[in-house]
Design a protein around this ligand. Structure first.
Ligand code: ASP
Length: 431
């Protein structure tokens, strides 16, 4: 059995959904489809999920979500009409959902309705069963999947039938709707693929696979024919957005192959993601921007037992979860996503840490990026050296270096404004 997940661009409008049907119809082994909420139809368009989050913000401010929700309704009704499916029932459902959002059901419930409606419409169009993710996917408080999910899925899924399941959400053990992080339908696809022990997990999107570098930066970047699970996880950590960074985890032990393919060019081979790849050395380069850096210093900092843990706990209190770290004899450097804390939170955090831990200095600055050169066997390849050389030759300073922590990547800190130049320089040198 093949599990096929279709992202937002693949279900953005009726014409795209017709392509989805053609893909599903072309192989009888495709029996379960996981769908996202309709995404952008063009570059100036808005994703349904973004509009739903807007609805929730309006309600949080004590305003009605009606004007924004009308946009959402219009899109779904238009899709239903073009696909010639019953739009009366849909209108009733839309009204119910708007009332729930206005009544303050919260961000997760609100955001999840894009996938819910998308799956309802598509299941009706295909004539497949609709299986609500809320009834089968149980999400723990730390956003990992609860093991009971697999049992529930196996109980509910009849191998003789075909199903459409909404991606991105499930419910907590207490029965409250909960979403994964953005792009989380990829995770739903992995969970379902594992539950049914799929022969293949297909991830259909609007690009022809996972490129060696972002094609918006490198015009003629080539597509990787094959990557390993580890390579894809490392790549998504450094900004490659094609496959959600947490989506490998559910199928990591099962060995199920994944293929990333283009809904608009279904005959292209795409990228196959396999447990272990036969290729060693650099396979891709990517940069993750939008990072801030904390630098702190104190003589004999590590003399006190557990200081690292205590400092991190304090950062968490301010909503900061560092993603990259470096330790010196008397100093620590942490990078974190700038969206986690605004200027006043950063200032309050610095003051508190300085006082509590009697630091000699602490400062936060912004505008950083981490460039990752990814490939299995990086720890025994000369790619890190060549990448550093390329950065140096192009006048790009290195603010951070992480080599050896993973056998699959080497990471360089660069200034955000130089991130694209850094990708170009390294791509040219390595590929
Ligand atoms: N619709 C959600 C998002 O836009 C989840 C997904 O598409 O995977 O993030």
């Amino acid at each position: 059995m093949i599990v096929s997940k279709f992202g937002g661009s693949s279900v953005a409008d009726a014409d795209q959904i017709k392509k989805v049907k053609a893909i599903l119809d072309s192989d009888k082994n495709r029996r379960i489809a996981i769908v996202s909420a309709p995404g952008k139809r063009n570059k100036d368009d808005e994703k349904i999920t973004d509009l739903l989050y807007k609805c929730n913000s309006l309600v949080q401010k004590g305003l009605t979500c009606r004007p924004v929700f009308n946009e959402i309704s219009k899109r779904f009704v238009q899709i239903a009409q073009k696909l010639k499916i019953d739009d009366v029932k849909l209108s009733e459902r839309l009204d119910d959902i708007r009332c729930m959002i206005d009544a303050g059901r919260g961000a997760d419930y609100t955001a999840s309705r894009g996938e819910y409606l998308s799956a309802l419409v598509i299941s009706e169009y295909l004539g497949w069963e609709f299986l609500d993710a809320e009834d089968v996917i149980v999400i723990n408080s730390d956003s990992t999947v609860n093991e009971v999910t697999y049992k529930k899925l196996r109980e509910k899924l009849d191998p003789e039938k075909r199903y459409v399941i909404p991606g991105f959400y499930g419910e907590t053990e207490q029965g409250v709707v909960k979403t994964f992080t953005r792009g989380g339908s990829d995770i739903t696809g992995s969970i379902v693929a594992k539950a049914v022990n799929a022969e293949l997990y297909e991830n259909w999107t609007d690009v022809s696979g996972i490129y060696r570098a972002d094609p918006r930066i490198i015009e003629n970047a080539s597509v990787n024919p094959e990557l390993s699970y580890k390579e894809v996880r490392e790549l998504s950590d450094v900004g490659a957005t094609v496959f959600h960074e947490e989506a490998i985890a559910p199928i990591y032990d099962s060995g199920i192959p994944i293929v990333v393919k283009n809904t608009n060019k279904p005959d292209e081979p795409g990228t196959r993601i396999v447990p272990e790849s036969n290729d060693f050395g650099a396979t891709a380069v990517s940069a993750r921007s939008g990072l801030s850096r904390i630098r702190l210093r104190k003589l004999m900092l590590f003399k006190k037992y557990g200081v690292r843990h205590a400092l991190l706990t304090m950062l968490h209190v301010f909503g900061i979860r560092p993603c990259y770290s470096l330790f010196g004899i008397d100093s620590i450097v942490w990078f974190f996503d700038s969206k986690m804390a605004n200027e006043s939170v950063c200032q309050a955090m610095c003051e508190r840490l300085k006082k509590e831990f009697e630091l000699d200095s602490i400062e936060v600055d912004h505008g950083h990026a981490i460039l990752g050169v990814v490939g299995d066997g990086m720890d025994s390849s000369d790619a890190y050296f060549k990448a550093a050389e390329a950065l140096n030759e192009n006048g790009i300073g290195i603010t951070f270096l992480n080599y050896g922590a993973s056998a699959t990547s080497v990471l360089f800190g660069v200034k955000e404004e130089q991130a694209n130049d850094a990708v170009r320089a390294v791509y040219k040198k390595l590929f």
